[in-house]
Every structure is written in structure tokens, then in C-alpha cells.
Design a protein around this ligand. Structure first.
Ligand code: PAF
Length: 279
């Protein structure tokens, strides 16, 4: 695997590659990321991964400085997956001058759910993803459903800018007890790690009730939040939304069986976890 940090060298190395499949990451790779690499291989060749902890998508009080950086271990894992190029730019490589041009997601998608609690987050994500796409020029790029809203926003961005990159969705990788794998799980204490699967259990309970025809959406959301609070969590939201646009379903949508997704974000101790489940 070739490790490249400069944009110019990356372009040289990938010149003429028309079927590149790309997996952007912020490193601290776990089995979930590696499943994205395997999926990428099915959609193109060569597979290119990137590791870049993108300051633009972190708020001033978020965990940019303490975000886990495990480069040597990540390289070993990617080597084993047969990744062809690892693009690992420094901040100077990616932002040699202040990034004044930004990609602004539409408010109705970018300022709800995660965007409401992490202002500017999706602008930071779409700006770096657009820039990485411009460096790698992939035919396909893989994003996990764990970050459901991110996936939807990037899909829409790719469509509206007519990018030549197919956006591929990967299923969430879970531990045996149901907890979605995430780099932030590493912040959990042993006791919190034991409690953490309760978030997915709550999503499952909401999804089951919806499937059984309990269609009082706001009551289901409120009850799920109360359950989590009762167990010591600080929930930001549990939200039942339409998969198509992440807007709340109307009575008509519920009656016609519009595909739904339940999304949640909640703090356990000082760690904020997110998860979702399609209904
Ligand atoms: O999901 C992530 O790890 C990041 O948001 C991404 C897509 C690599 C952009 O920094």
C-alpha cells in the first residue's frame, strides 16, 4: 500500500484510474471501517482510503483534539485489506490556505437532527468530502449508514452537483450486543460500555411498535427519550423520520406505509453516541 500525503502526488499516482473506489475516514479504524473497504472492492478497483481528522466539522467544544489518532495500527489494518493507496494528508496539504469556499447543505436537511445539535457540522463534512472527491476522483465512494444523515446529505450533494461518483451505502457494523461500532466507543468507561447497547434496544423497541401499528409518532419518541433519561442518558433526540428526506411523517405517510427510519443521539457520561434503524 502506498501512503501519500500530497495532493499532487496522489493525482500523479492515480492518473488514468477510471474505476477507483474510495472510502474516506477519520482513522481509528475498526471492523466497521474495514467492512466499508470490502464493499468498496466490489464497486471498483483500485480501492483508495483516506485518513484525515477534519477540523472543519468539529465545533469549538467538541473532541477534535482528543479524537483518537492511531495511524500505525490503521496502516496495518488497511494493508491487510489490500487497499492500494492510503491518502493521509496533513492539515497543510488539505487546507494550505483558509478554506473560505464551503459547501452549504440545504437547511431542511443540514440543520435538523445532528445539524441542530452540531451547528456547522454538515458544512464541514460536505466541504471536506467534496475536496477529497476532487483529489481522488473516484467512480464510487462508500459511506456507512451509521451516519445516516451524513449519507443522505452526501448523496444529495453528489446528485445536485452531477458528480461522477456513485455513493454506496454500507450497513452498520454492530458488536454482538448490538452497539454500533464507532471510534467514540473508545471513550466509554467499562460501566458505560455495558450500558451503551440500550440505545439500539430503544431503537428496536420503537421500530417494533411502529411495525405493530402504534403510529403515535410523538408519543413513541417521547417515551423512548424518557426511557433513556431514566437509565442515566442525556438524549438529544429520538426521531421517527421518512427515509426519503428525513422529514417527520404525516398521517398520510403513516397510512400509506412510507419507509421510515428511527434516529437517535444521546450522551452517556461525556460520550455522545448516535445510531439509527430503518423500519
Ligand atoms: O464519517 C466520517 O468519518 C467523516 O465525517 C468523513 C466522511 C470521513 C468526513 O470527514
Amino acid at each position: 500500500m502506498k501512503i501519500i500525503s500530497s495532493v499532487a502526488e496522489l493525482r500523479d499516482h492515480l492518473r488514468g484510474q477510471l474505476r477507483t473506489a474510495f472510502v474516506p475516514t477519520m482513522g481509528n479504524l475498526h471492523e466497521g471501517h474495514l467492512s466499508l473497504m470490502r464493499l468498496a472492492r466490489k464497486h471498483g478497483d483500485p480501492v483508495v482510503a483516506s485518513i484525515f481528522v477534519n477540523r472543519l466539522q468539529f465545533g469549538p467544544n467538541e473532541d477534535f483534539d482528543r479524537y483518537p489518532r492511531t495511524f500505525a495500527a490503521d496502516v496495518e489494518k488497511l494493508e491487510k485489506e489490500g487497499v492500494y493507496v492510503l491518502f493521509a494528508p496533513t492539515e497543510k496539504d488539505i487546507y494550505p490556505e483558509p478554506q473560505e469556499f464551503r459547501i452549504q447543505p440545504p437547511n431542511d436537511l443540514g440543520d435538523i437532527l445532528e445539524g441542530e445539535f452540531r451547528p456547522g457540522f454538515f458544512t464541514g463534512v460536505t466541504t471536506i468530502v467534496m475536496k477529497l472527491f476532487s483529489c481522488v476522483q473516484p467512480r464510487a465512494a462508500v459511506f456507512g449508514k451509521k451516519d445516516y444523515q451524513q449519507l443522505m446529505i452526501i448523496r444529495k450533494m453528489a446528485r445536485q452537483f452531477a458528480l461522477p461518483t456513485e455513493i454506496i451505502a454500507a450497513e452498520t457494523w454492530r458488536a454482538d450486543d448490538g452497539l454500533a461500532l464507532s471510534s467514540r466507543n473508545g471513550y466509554l468507561t467499562d460501566a458505560e460500555r455495558a450500558e451503551a447497547p440500550a440505545l439500539f434496544r430503544e431503537l428496536n423497541s420503537v421500530a417494533t411498535q411502529l411495525r405493530e401499528g402504534h403510529l403515535n409518532v410523538s408519543l413513541l419518541e417521547k417515551t423512548a427519550m424518557e426511557h433513556l433519561s431514566g437509565r442515566g442518558w442525556k438524549p438529544d433526540y429520538v426521531a421517527i423520520r421518512k427515509r426519503a428526506d428525513l422529514q417527520p411523517p404525516t398521517a398520510g405517510d403513516l397510512a400509506t406505509g412510507e419507509p421510515l427510519v428511527v434516529l437517535a443521539a444521546a450522551k452517556l457520561g461525556s460520550t455522545r453516541l448516535i445510531d439509527n434503524l430503518e423500519v
